[in-house]
Ligand binder design. Structure first.
Ligand code: ARG
Length: 456
């Protein structure tokens, strides 16, 4: 049984089942580096407030920097028997430095520590994820450049609507992803990292001392990673210690933004799944990004895309789980809040792997120009252009809409193409329908280029 950060008032040993049940080290070890960063600042604060001598603070800081190097080099191994990562790091310090490490927890609680570390984790991981989103955006850009001229049927309700550029269709996903980058940035910038909340009621150290130490830490970062942190965030003394330890809005906001990213990736996947069916045959997904069937030898399935679509459900579940976990909690810290981490980490991990695999898959897509062009033969795609043609000849829109509706109905029931109808037949629908004019409207390029409202 590993040493705990508490125990004086207990006579009995903790039941092993309780040890196991309450433990979070199996997932919160991910916070190790951020916990150490907080500890280094806290050592500075204790020294400033004279709870530590200069030499004590130096030895603690040196050891914490060693631990941070080990974490970064992958050589740090948390003790799986500890309650959480904060305990594991504290025990390690005690084993290396002896009694001086016992002073570190003055004015400090895991309630405050865990929020600090989780906020820092969110900020740093958000930056990495934004880079991964950018990589996917650039894969989509490559596809847009390659297929710049392709025009395709646009859909509403999954029915043929009007011709659109494939580059605009793909550009829609770019827009979504850029909004995702901005949303994550906005949320991340709004996360205020605070210190000095203690367990809930604040600490006996003045807020000025907290501010000064944080300034010193940033003006003189002892280590490259912490120098990088300097650009990422500010730390403030808490303005309301109860709020600092009981707030998990930032977790909910981040998971919510990640759920939106996952929803976007799911929609993109769904489009590609549909487009790669034999029936559509708009696009070919590279074999390296498909899987087969154990029974049907002919199969080449878009499982990657299906999993991305499926994972969107997991992301939503993660969001709902944290929202539900929080909704009934009285102030301030409650142990329920430990359960925010798995959904948070899981959402980041899933979206990150989706972005990477999709960026690779997108690069391999080959569009079937001939098949897409064949679909543009459908005259109904130009029905709205015919309506606009009549409106330009002073027919009121609603009337024009009915006339073209009737023309389409006749075309379907008679099996005759509008382009092939005689001038006399067309005139039965409207005197303004001149064959030599309207024949030119069944032209995908003309149709898309006539939409002048788009500011390109
Ligand atoms: N591991 C906990 C969490 O993630 C922090 C521990 C707080 N424990 C406590 N007894 N106050 O929320």
């Amino acid at each position: 049984m590993a040493k705990k950060l508490w125990g004086g008032r207990f006579d009995k040993e903790t039941d092993p089942l309780v040890e196991k049940f309450t433990r979070s080290i199996q997932f919160d070890h991910k916070l190790a580096l951020y916990d150490v960063a907080g500890s280094i600042i806290h050592v500075g604060i204790l020294a400033k407030a004279k709870y530590l001598s200069i030499s004590e603070s130096e030895s603690l800081t040196t050891e914490l920097l060693n631990i941070s190097n080990e974490i970064r080099n992958g050589n740090f191994k948390e003790d799986p028997n500890c309650e959480d990562i904060h305990t594991s790091i504290q025990n390690l310090l005690e084993s290396k430095l002896g009694d001086v490490a016992l002073k570190l927890h003055m004015a400090r609680s895991r309630n405050d520590q865990v929020v600090f570390a989780t906020k820092l984790y969110c900020k740093v991981t958000t930056i990495d994820l934004q880079m991964e989103i950018r990589a996917l955006v650039s894969s989509i850009d490559g596809l847009i450049i390659e297929n710049n001229e392709i025009i395709m049927p646009g859909f509403t309700h999954m029915q043929h609507a009007q011709p659109v550029y494939l580059k605009d269709y793909l550009g829609t996903y770019k827009k979504m992803l850029i909004r995702d980058i901005e949303r994550l940035e906005y949320i991340s910038n709004n996360i205020k990292i605070t210190m000095g909340a203690g367990a809930l009621a604040g600490t006996p150290i003045s807020s000025e001392e907290y501010s000064k130490t944080v300034d010193d830490f940033f003006n003189n970062p002892q280590d490259a990673t912490f120098k990088q942190f300097k650009e990422l965030f500010q730390i403030e003394p808490t303005a309301n210690s109860l709020d600092s330890v009981s707030d998990r809005d930032f977790v909910i906001e981040i998971i919510s933004a990640l759920s939106i990213v996952a929803m976007h990736l799911s929609r993109l996947s769904e489009d590609l799944i549909i487009w790669s069916t034999q029936e559509f045959d708009f696009v070919e997904i590279d074999e390296a990004f498909c899987t087969g069937s154990s029974l049907m030898p002919q199969k080449k399935n878009p499982d990657v895309l299906e999993l991305i679509r499926g994972y969107a459900g997991r992301l939503n579940g993660n969001l709902v789980s944290v929202l539900t976990m929080m909704k009934g909690l009285p102030l301030t810290y409650n142990r329920d809040m430990q359960l925010d981490k798995e959904p948070l980490f899981n959402s980041f991990e899933i979206v990150s792997s989706e972005l990477k695999v999709l960026a690779g898959l997108i690069k391999t897509l080959k569009f079937n120009k001939a098949k897409i062009e064949a679909c543009l033969e459908d005259e109904s795609l130009y029905a709205t252009d015919l309506v606009y043609y009549l409106v330009d000849r002073k027919v009121p829109f609603k009337q024009a809409h009915t006339i073209i509706g009737e023309l389409i109905k006749y075309s379907i029931s008679s099996g005759k193409k509008i382009k092939e109808m005689s001038e006399e037949k067309l005139k039965e629908f409207s005197e303004f329908l001149k064959k030599e004019d309207i024949i030119k409207l069944f032209d995908p390029k003309k149709s898309v280029e006539s939409k002048l409202s788009i500011k390109r």
